[in-house]
Design a protein around this ligand. Structure first.
Ligand code: M6R
Length: 614
């Protein structure tokens, strides 16, 4: 949710900032801006993508010289996406500039007070209020910019990652964070701030992840100081990242989403590497092993997440209850945080997040921890906030996921949850040795099965062409495939803008059946398992109302292939592992439909990859 990057060093800042913004664009892309500090502060900003800003600067031949600069790519919260609301924002005297990711919740009160003091505003944003507040504090108390930022932030309620520059301090960049991520990169005679490591990694792998209420002052000569709002120095360890720049490129694919779908045989294997050995008969996760006594005695599991991660958690409910026999509840983090949830000492709380920065999930974790829960994180981004605040956890090791629509993170999350359920079920003696061994063996070959499904891409593309003009779509699944139906519907709506609903297949007759007519594609996950006959009946009900049935079936299916208008075959697998396969054709189907409808697959409208605001 908004990407920020800043540079101070010996090179020209502008090209580095633009390059960094392109890496961060997945976080928001409705407007872009850059500020360069040389004699004064020059600000360039435009509605649209980074490319639009570059075109504007090139055609207007703007002077972008300077070795200190910062850039922002926006996902609008306050004020519509347009030139004036784009960041950076400047103070009234034009001597300060700011970029911001987050929301200043008390901005209306602050704005009113500042207007009374004579400030006037050009934009509708909360961010402009913050830079005026910093200016007000600086002038009133005659403060250096670092002190002014700290003093102003003490009056602020809300979430922020900010970078502030001051014309009067041309060798200094100030950064600060609270509930929004900020990473400091330490290069050779050059220093960076970024929302994440993606704009930094090309230049240095040495980083410091700032914590809430940290304020950093970075001097061009390499001196830096991190302190909290109360001026107390805070010490941090420098971390060395092993992220590779190639992981942030499309690698010959037309879109990141397609690359990420095709990476799944590798990413699923990677998530299980060193954690599963079918021939020796074990599944173990380091993060659980250290706490296995406590975890295996849990009376209840509570899983918290948002979006696709919530769908993975829902698969987890089926897995933990069936394999480990522990009652499991799945919570929307956004709901959990605003009620008064009951947490008991013997609960095991699991938080799932690809980005590790989702604001609602972070807040829910904090509440669970306050209530004494032991919280386990299942996270993709190494060093992210959720990875750092949870008591223990497992990285899913899917590598950077850039496409806004989550794909490979979903299958890697489910791989980890399956390993957790197996480990726990075995420890608790809730699964027979033969079932345990069989699931381990089948899990190990999932990457190969996914490869087989990816070979059906052309057929899936053909089906996409047949239903691409639909206005609505229904996704149905039962048991393990119900969360997959939800995920399929989410994928379709977020990238193709077709209204889609996921339902447990049997629930269709309680309402959604009224929607079915000859124009309604109904995607049914109908693999040959426990509720097969029931699914056959559901398909009959759809056909009787002339719905277009697209069925995901097993290769040995003989019945549904005769009934469906279209079918996509997937290999048979043990029922608890089905989601790892059945979601793949749904990802491809959405991808092709979105592309055929001319949608921006990687950067769908109104969305951002990492939702760091409420
Ligand atoms: O980074 P997280 O997994 O916490 O993100 C949660 C959701 O914002 C995310 O899954 C979102 O729903 C995706 N756009 C789904 O494709």
């Amino acid at each position: 949710m908004c990407g920020i990057v800043a540079y101070i060093g010996k090179q020209q800042a502008y090209p580095l900032i633009i390059d960094g913004l392109k890496k961060l664009e997945y976080r928001g892309y409705d407007s872009t801006g850059v500020a360069i500090l040389e004699q004064g502060i020059s600000v360039f900003k435009k509605k649209g993508k980074v490319q639009d800003l570059e075109n504007f600067i090139n055609t207007e031949t703007k002077n972008t010289n300077g070795t200190l600069g910062m850039g922002h790519t926006r996902w609008a919260t306050h004020g519509e996406p347009n030139d004036k609301n784009a960041h950076p924002h400047t103070s009234g005297n034009q001597e300060l500039a700011i970029i911001h990711n987050g929301i200043i919740e008390n901005y209306t009160t602050l704005k009113k007070a500042l207007i009374e003091l004579g400030h006037s505003f050009k934009s509708d944003t909360d961010t402009e209020v913050l830079i005026h507040l910093i200016e007000e504090v600086q002038l009133k108390h005659n403060l250096h910019i670092e002190e002014a930022v700290k003093k102003a932030l003490q009056k602020v309620v809300g979430a922020y990652a900010i970078v502030v520059i001051d014309k009067k301090s041309p060798d200094i960049i100030i950064g600060a964070r609270n509930s929004s991520p900020l990473v400091f990169g330490l290069g050779q005679d050059e220093y960076f701030l970024g929302s994440d490591a993606s704009p930094i990694i090309k230049h240095t792998n040495k980083v410091i992840y700032l914590n809430d209420e940290d304020v950093i002052s970075i001097n061009r000569n390499g001196d830096y100081n991190i302190s909290n709002l109360k001026n107390k120095t805070v010490s941090h360890q420098i971390k060395e990242l092993d992220l590779k720049i190639e992981e942030l490129e499309k690698d010959g694919f037309d879109h990141f989403m397609l690359k990420e779908i095709y990476q799944q045989p590798a990413t699923i294997a990677q998530s299980m590497k060193g954690r599963l050995n079918a021939s020796e008969g074990w599944a173990v996760l380091g993060g659980m092993k250290q706490h296995i006594n406590r975890i295996s005695k849990s009376k209840r599991i509570i899983m918290m997440a948002c979006g696709t991660s919530w769908h993975s958690a829902l698969v987890g409910e089926y897995l933990f209850e069936e394999i480990a026999r522990i009652p499991t509840e799945v919570e929307y983090a956004s709901e959990f945080r605003y009620r008064n949830p009951i947490i008991k000492e013997d609960d095991f709380v699991i938080a799932l997040s690809q980005s590790g920065e989702t604001a609602d999930t972070l807040a829910a974790i904090e509440i669970a921890k306050e209530k004494g829960a032991f919280v386990y994180g299942i996270v993709n981004v190494v060093g992210s906030s959720i990875a750092r605040i949870t008591d223990s956890g497992s990285y899913i090791h899917a590598g950077p996921e850039i496409g806004v629509a989550s794909t490979k993170a979903f299958t890697s999350q489910i791989s980890i949850i399956t390993l957790m359920a197996l480990y726990l079920g075995h420890e608790r003696g809730m699964i027979s040795e033969s079932d345990y061994r069989e699931l381990l063996s089948e899990l190990e070959v999932v990457p190969k099965r996914v490869e087989q499904i990816l070979k059906k891409n052309d057929h899936i593309k053909y089906i996409a062409s047949e239903i691409k003009s639909a206005a609505n779509a229904l996704y149905l699944g039962r048991g393990y495939n119900f969360p997959v139906a939800l995920e399929g519907a989410l994928k379709l709506k977020e990238i193709s803008y077709i209204h889609a609903e996921g339902y447990p297949a049997a629930e269709m007759k309680h309402g959604p059946i009224a929607l079915i007519d000859m124009y309604m594609p109904v995607i049914v996950i109908a693999t040959n398992q426990s509720a097969y006959e029931k699914i056959v009946s559901n398909i009959q009900e759809v056909k009787a109302r002339k719905g277009i049935v697209i069925a995901i079936i097993n290769e040995d299916d003989t019945i549904i292939r005769e009934m469906a208008d279209f079918f996509i075959e997937i290999p048979s697998i043990a029922e608890p592992l089905t989601p790892l396969l059945s979601v793949i054709p749904l990802q491809l189907l959405s991808y092709h439909i979105a592309l055929m409808r001319g949608c921006n697959v990687d950067q769908p409208r109104n969305l951002a990859k990492s939702v760091t605001v409420e």
